[in-house]
Design a protein around this ligand. Structure first.
Ligand code: ADP
Length: 366
């Protein structure tokens, strides 16, 4: 007779390859049901877009057949519950499991395009996602999500008036561009901008989120310090193009996150505008800005390479018309963004399993 204990013991032989421990130790096996030779259970992974889902599923089936009963008929339901590693008390962004900062050294390399499509690709995999546009001098998220002219609603949360993000394509969106005219945001300087941003962060009601994508302004200025000092950032995604000037600035951004007092883990590097592909000749790749610069940068800093995004006309058009490329069925850009999002989610899960809890940085601002 097959027992629950025997099934669990068998599944101690199946590892989550990213987390390096077995599924039972990781408490991922749920809801075991046994009816004679029929065995079913749920495996709860830590990322919604796990690229090793099928491999883990067949390893589970094999383990039960080998270690319990070779005639067992095994059904494995694969689900996901995104993990978290916050020990900051949850005073800010309380229901948010992971905060992913998207940064670049240089402007115009496609940081907002990557942030937007990353948020949407994670949501398409079933995760609860928000995006906070912290680029207060040039907020582009409202345009990319087709939200120009929209204004968020207020909501009462435990007696406090809070701003409710605007929901679009299944993602919660908040940008300073939704609150004030773009022209008004641009005149903010130094302390005024940082205090507005800090208040803006504490006054938005996000509810429960698996991932909050933080679209940072380009560069390495006061806004960045305010963010890491206010928000327990899970990790940073660095966006660069393969050009030498972009990579030199990307290096500065990486050095900033690595700095002792800031110490935000770098989840990896995304190379945007990696090559140009004409729609009618999808196998032809033209490396206009140089080749594999992002990969070399990732190697140099010993961080993961999260993917390359080609230059595709529909990516630019999607951003301009408020319908981002990952929502389209154009296969080249869709696959590039989906693979990148899976790599980001996977590295968040590994970061949470292996590194210290995320916390706000101790760095002091004047
Ligand atoms: P940043 O946030 O770094 O300033 P944006 O995301 O606003 O950059 O991108 C700058 C411009 O380049 C936008 O018009 C955007 O649509 C376009 N763009 C970004 N990435 C790509 C790409 N891979 N292919 C085509 N156009 C792109």
């Amino acid at each position: 007779m097959i027992t629950e204990e025997a099934v669990l013991k068998a599944l101690t032989n199946v590892d989550d390859p990213d987390l390096g421990k077995d599924l039972v130790t990781l408490n991922m096996v749920k809801d075991i049901k046994i009816d004679d030779k029929q065995v079913s259970f749920t495996v709860e992974l830590t990322t919604p877009a796990c690229p090793m889902k099928d491999m883990i599923r067949s390893a589970c089936v094999n383990a039960v057949k080998i270690f319990v009963d070779k005639e067992a008929q095994v059904t494995v339901n694969m689900t996901a519950r995104v993990n978290t590693n916050r020990k900051d008390g949850g005073a800010i962004l309380p229901g948010v499991k992971n905060i992913i900062a998207v940064a670049s050294g240089k402007g115009g390399v496609g940081k907002s395009t990557i942030s937007t499509n990353l948020a949407l690709a994670l949501a398409q995999e079933g995760a609860k996602v928000g995006i906070l546009d912290a680029d207060i001098y040039g907020p582009s998220t409202p345009m990319m999500f087709g939200l120009q002219g929209e204004r968020p609603m207020m909501r009462d949360v435990d007696g406090k008036g809070m701003i409710e993000p605007v929901e679009r394509f299944g993602v919660k969106v908040m940008s300073i561009g939704l609150l004030v005219d773009e022209k008004q945001a641009v005149i903010w300087r130094g302390p005024m901008a940082t205090s507005a941003l800090r208040q803006f962060i504490s006054d938005v009601y996000w509810g429960e989120l698996d991932y909050l994508i933080l679209d940072l302004p380009p560069g390495t200025g006061d806004i960045h310090l305010t963010m890491v000092q206010t928000i327990p950032v899970t990790g940073a995604v660095i966006v660069t193009t393969p050009q030498a000037v972009a990579m030199a600035d990307a290096k500065k951004a990486m050095m900033m996150f690595k700095q002792g007092q800031i110490n935000v883990p770098i989840l990896g590097v995304v190379e945007n505008m990696a090559y140009f592909t004409p729609a009618e000749l999808p196998d032809n790749k033209y490396y206009i800005f140089g080749k594999q610069g992002g990969q070399h940068l990732a190697e140099q800093f010993e961080v993961p390479f999260l993917g390359e995004i080609p230059i595709v006309q529909s990516i630019r058009e999607g951003g301009d018309k408020g319908f981002p490329a990952v929502l389209n069925d154009e296969p080249v850009s869709k696959k590039a963004f989906t693979d990148m999002a899976a790599a980001v989610a996977r590295n968040v899960a590994m970061r949470n399993a292996n590194l210290d809890p995320s916390r706000v940085s101790a760095i002091k601002l004047n």
